[in-house]
Design a protein around this ligand. Sequence first.
Ligand SMILES: Nc1nc2c(ncn2[C@@H]2O[C@H](COP(=O)(O)OP(=O)(O)OP(=O)(O)O)[C@@H](O)[C@H]2O)c(=O)[nH]1
Ligand SMILES: [Mg+2]
Length: 281
Amino acid sequence: MKDAESQAAFSMPVLETAAPDACASCSSYRAANLRKLGVAVGSWDYVVALAGNPNTGKSTVFNALTGLRQHTGNWPGKTVSRAEGGYAYDGKRFKLVDLPGTYSLLSTSLDEQIARDFILFGQPEVTVVVVDATRLERNLNLALQVLEITERAVVCLNLADEASRHGITVDDRQLARDLGVPVVPTAARFGRGLRELLHAISEVAAGRLASRPQRLEAEPAAIKKALTELMGQIKASLPDLPNPRWVALRLLAGDESIVEALRSGQLGSLRAMDAPQAAPA
Ligand SMILES: Nc1nc2c(ncn2[C@@H]2O[C@H](COP(=O)(O)OP(=O)(O)OP(=O)(O)O)[C@@H](O)[C@H]2O)c(=O)[nH]1
Ligand SMILES: [Mg+2]
């Protein structure tokens, strides 16, 4: 993006204008606190990842918050690599990372691996899982996998307008209780719900919202023993690697791509992924 454009994005009016009598404690005021930074993130306080199945509106959310113009369209697989941009909100700077769509953290296609590696090893402070409210059951598979590895998550229940058009009602409060993390209904294409999303991300990033994510039952004793041993070895050789438990589980499952990534040293180098990177305009 050119400088002038980036400057324009910086000063662009935000989502919806705050009412003149907006007070500092209401959500309109908070939305007015958004500054879209485009690619000019500079330094940042928090890294936020946008994860989710293909075609759920991740890039639409990314564009709305950063002022950038990532490719969007109504078919899956548009975003094929990581894109970064930023925004400032409530006195903090957020680096937002738009990821390719992925159905699962176990996926093996290249763009899905890019998403998987960032979610697992990029150490975002907050992972926003953008789910399609019209296909909730399928989308929750990835959401539950993400909640296995991080407490710092927000579920963005997008395409809420499409859901109501199809007569689908989602009880977002119950879903939030069931998942143990904030759930924010949005219609990103129309800018709806984004102020609440910004607020939830900010609260989770700052640790002001305590999440208790839904986790699967404990594993059988034999697996637990093998896991503990393997995790010990992984931690000894790669002390800084986030999510050693996930890596150990994949090794036990015989995941060749993880075996190879460990052998080649690729897993050890993934943590360098937070170097600033320009997003194509
Ligand atoms: N009706 C409606 N359409 C939306 C909404 N959010 C996004 N869309 C549309 O859904 C389509 C997919 O949006 P994208 O932002 O490209 O989705 P994505 O998740 O980035 O897709 P991939 O990069 O392929 O994984 C586009 O046509 C958007 O305009 C929404 O809230 N309501
Ligand atoms: Mg996309």
